[in-house]
Design a protein around this ligand. Structure first.
Ligand SMILES: Nc1ncnc2c1ncn2[C@@H]1O[C@H](COP(=O)(O)OP(=O)(O)OP(=O)(O)O)[C@@H](O)[C@H]1O
Ligand SMILES: [Mg+2]
Length: 257
């Protein structure tokens, strides 16, 4: 695909434990353009997180390939992986669990700035952290709190601030609003859309909620038992679902087109 930042090609991941084998991802292909917000939707256990972990280089594919920014993710060396995390970052479902409870949020945000961007100067670190908090709509006064001293919504904003500290080209978001109430959910989704535009950053947005995905993702895939059931414009998936599974997801969702 022209202008593609991420190309996933016939990707498979099989977990084997003793006598059982789980085909968590079975032959999935899709591509994401620069600046695009792309959706991955499906019920629990459909393979969404496994797919994201493969894209993040946290799991090795059983077969198939992933190319990101012109490089094959499956064949990265240790330094290649470091370079990858300067361009690709993840945000998870539980913002609290993604922070080290022994560190203030400031120290957690300084880590990628120091380790991946090479910022050493204390004044520069402070300026970057305050600027990042401003970008995610948080008061810089909150930087010296621990994650558990923040609300869920504030904590997820702080997790987003840490993820965008390196100015990634791709942000992987795994159920990032699932732990939040409805209004905090809407605010986080609006923030992600704003940041995607402002930073020209692509987002791979994983959710079990097809209504939420349809609000922000122009194109999506529907996953079911590791298989990509549908791939295309999210509006078309909703208005003309081709499979019974997608029809079911649509019928459960509160969709406003
Ligand atoms: N490390 C692992 N070892 C063995 N099986 C795994 C592992 N990780 C995931 N699985 C299995 O792979 C399948 C897909 O899991 P995955 O976590 O990708 O689903 P999901 O769509 O993210 O679900 P949820 O919406 O509940 O987060 C499940 O059957 C799960 O049990
Ligand atoms: Mg998951």
């Amino acid at each position: 695909m022209e202008n593609a930042l991420l190309c996933v090609n016939n990707l498979k991941k099989t977990f084997s434990g003793g006598k059982t084998q789980i085909d968590a991802v079975c032959g999935v292909s899709f591509s994401v353009s620069k600046g695009e917000i792309f959706g991955i939707v499906g019920e629990s256990g459909s393979g969404k997180s496994t797919l994201l972990r493969l894209v993040a280089g946290m799991e090795r594919p059983t077969s198939g390939s992933i190319s990101f920014d012109g490089k094959d993710i499956g064949e990265l060396s240790a330094s290649g992986r470091r370079t990858l995390y300067r361009k690709l970052q993840m945000v998870f479902q539980s913002p609290l669990a993604s922070f080290d409870p022994r560190m203030t949020v400031r120290r957690s945000i300084y880590e990628p700035l120091r380790n991946l961007c090479g910022v050493r100067d204390e004044k520069a670190l402070n300026e970057r952290a305050s600027e990042l908090f401003d970008m995610v709509g948080l008061d810089a006064g909150l930087l010296d709190r621990y994650a558990f001293e923040m609300s869920g919504g504030q904590c997820q904003r702080a997790a987003i601030a840490r993820a965008i500290a390196v100015r990634p080209k791709l942000l992987l978001c795994d159920e990032v609003t699932s732990a939040l109430d409805v209004s905090a959910q809407a605010n986080i989704v609006a923030l992600l859309c704003e940041l995607s535009k402002y930073l020209d950053m692509s987002i791979l947005f994983v959710s079990h909620d097809i209504a939420l995905v349809s609000n922000i993702c122009g194109r999506s895939i529907v996953m079911h038992r590791g298989v990509c059931e549908e791939y295309g414009l999210t509006k078309s998936l909703i208005t003309e679902p081709r499979t019974d599974y997608t029809k079911q997801l649509v019928s459960y969702a509160a969709i406003t087109l």
